[in-house]
Design a protein around this ligand. Structure first.
Ligand code: 5GP
Ligand code: ZN
Length: 124
């Protein structure tokens, strides 16, 4: 394969310095709670609320727009996992959030949904 094309493919599949790609590959440890064929769910390392989960595609997309354009099926899988986990971990009141762009608070440029709630399943 021509080198330029190989590099482009590598960049698309996995960004060398992407924390979430390293979590998917197992190079960085994480508190994983569930996975599907194309997505992974984990606890946020610095929770902003009582329940704070992240759901990420296993493949690298820089944000939800890129994910939606490239693979609506994987976005659907991610949303389905996020809503299932939200039902499991909260009393049904939660927020789903995709920070998109640094001005909107995105700090990790690998698409991810935040599942946030101050309620928990047991009502505590
Ligand atoms: P963003 O600000 O990009 O929308 O969200 C990135 C989230 O990833 C933040 O809430 C941050 O706490 C979380 N985070 C950053 N590094 C790690 C990590 O190594 N492991 C886990 N589980 N979460 C992380
Ligand atoms: Zn990545």
């Amino acid at each position: 394969m021509e080198l330029g094309l190989a590099k482009t493919r590598l960049k698309y599949m996995t960004e060398a310095n992407c924390i979430f790609c390293k979590i998917v590959s197992g190079d960085i440890a994480s508190d994983k709670i569930a996975e599907t064929a194309n997505t992974l769910a984990l606890r946020d390392i610095a929770p902003l609320s009582k329940v704070h989960l992240l759901v990420i595609p296993k493949k690298h997309y820089k944000n939800v727009v890129e994910l939606s354009e490239a693979s609506p099926a994987v976005l659907g899988e991610l949303m389905s996992q996020a809503t299932s986990l939200a039902q499991e971990h909260t009393n049904g009141s939660f927020r789903l959030q995709f920070n998109t762009g640094s001005e909107a608070g995105q700090t990790i440029f690998h698409a991810h949904a935040h599942v946030l709630s101050d309620s928990s399943k047991d009502g505590s």
